[in-house]
Design a protein around this ligand. Structure first.
Ligand code: AMP
Length: 355
């Protein structure tokens, strides 16, 4: 695919806040954005040049929509693999492709792929019924997390387990779905690598944020993470290996647990811009949304120089309903335009400079 020029149309599968922020960045670079998603009134469609409503499984509608796009990307990892493959088979450029979806949608496949790339993860075991839990849980030292292989996000689809718990009930709470059991990791901190890879394979990593989760949901990212240089370099090298293994084009986030002794265990990756990178537009020469658009448009990456120390706070549920002048008094406020503030729902974020 030739590099796109201003006026070209970038198609985005998905209508959430990530699509909204990608669309705004694309508009600034002179592109039109067209959103495809099944939801009416989506945050992304409301800031884009055009949109089409349709199911991701409606291949005919998808192909129809994609005819008007010069390249197609996605803003969430649960786009059906078949949808991406159908577009590719029809000759449409889909960046970053279908493999990142295939790998990241299933925790068992994902963890195995990370290991194949030479990236360490927590110990894990496949669980198809409650009987599969006792042996690995014992082997992991008696505590672990049962996670559905598919469709879990923001701490959903997970149950913490200890030896002696009712495994039947735990698996039932996850609808007896195919799962993995992960060893509980006694991490000292969590960090992520936000990496961008362009169409010719050049890569850049943003400074690593340190991430704080509450109930499995990201609450705060702080930069710098104050990790030592050796650990930082190892984390970046892992993200580079992962991006190369998939011939990835765009922005990707790889999340890590960091142990006291500097051991890095990858938790998961997101084949898209990431919540823990929401501070980059305010703190860096090129923000992650612009960076992703540059990459999928076939442009060279922009510099990721960070100008100052920064923190990003997620506004969940009703937190985002506080008057904006209170929230933004010493920071930059972004609200996603969601019409309903459900508890725990990501409604916006606040980026504050740290001195
Ligand atoms: P996940 O949905 O896998 O990203 O998990 C959400 C959050 O739950 C992580 O960011 C951690 O804070 C916590 N968590 C997940 N897996 C583990 C684990 N194996 N050990 C300890 N904490 C975990």
């Amino acid at each position: 695919m030739k590099a796109l020029t201003a006026g070209a149309t970038i198609g985005i599968l998905g209508g959430g806040q990530l699509g909204r922020m990608m669309a705004s960045a694309a508009a600034q670079l002179g592109f039109d954005v067209s959103i495809y998603c099944p939801e009416h009134d989506s945050p992304a469609a409301r800031v884009s040049a055009s949109h089409a409503l349709g199911a991701y499984t409606d291949i005919e509608a998808l192909l129809d929509w994609a005819e008007g796009c010069d390249v197609v990307t996605y803003e969430f990892e649960n786009v059906p693999v078949e949808a991406a493959k159908a577009l590719i088979d029809a000759g449409i450029s889909v960046r970053p492709g279908s493999q990142p979806l295939e790998v990241s949608q299933d925790r068992l496949v994902e963890k195995s792929f990370l290991r194949d790339c030479g990236i360490e993860t927590a110990d894990f075991a496949e669980v198809n019924s409650a009987e599969d839990i006792a042996e690995p849980l014992n082997r992991f030292g008696g505590s672990g997390i049962l996670k559905t292989r598919r469709d879990g996000y923001d701490g959903k689809g997970q149950v913490r387990l200890e030896t002696g718990d009712d495994f039947e009930a735990a698996h039932k709470a996850l609808a007896n779905a195919p799962c993995i059991l992960e060893a509980m990791v006694p991490f000292e901190r969590e960090v992520s690598v936000i990496i961008a890879r362009d169409a010719v394979g050049d890569m850049l990593c943003y400074d690593l944020p340190r991430n704080e989760h509450v109930n499995g949901i990201l609450k705060r990212s702080v930069v710098p993470s104050n990790l030592n240089e050796d650990v930082t370099k190892r984390a970046e090298a892992a993200a580079e290996a992962l991006a190369n293994a998939m011939n990835y084009v765009g922005v990707l986030a790889l999340e890590f647990f960091v142990l006291e002794d500097g051991t890095l265990l990858a938790n998961e990756f997101a084949p898209r811009v990431h919540n823990s990178g929401h501070w980059t537009p305010e703190a860096c020469a090129t923000g992650q949304f612009e960076q992703h658009i540059r990459a999928v448009a076939g442009w060279p990456l922009g510099p990721v120089t960070r100008y100052h120390d920064i923190e990003m706070l997620n506004l969940l549920g009703e937190e985002a309903l506080v008057p904006p002048d209170v929230l933004s008094v010493d920071g930059v406020l972004t609200l996603y335009g969601k019409r309903e503030a459900k508890p725990g729902r990501k409604m916006g974020h606040l980026v504050r400079r740290r001195s």
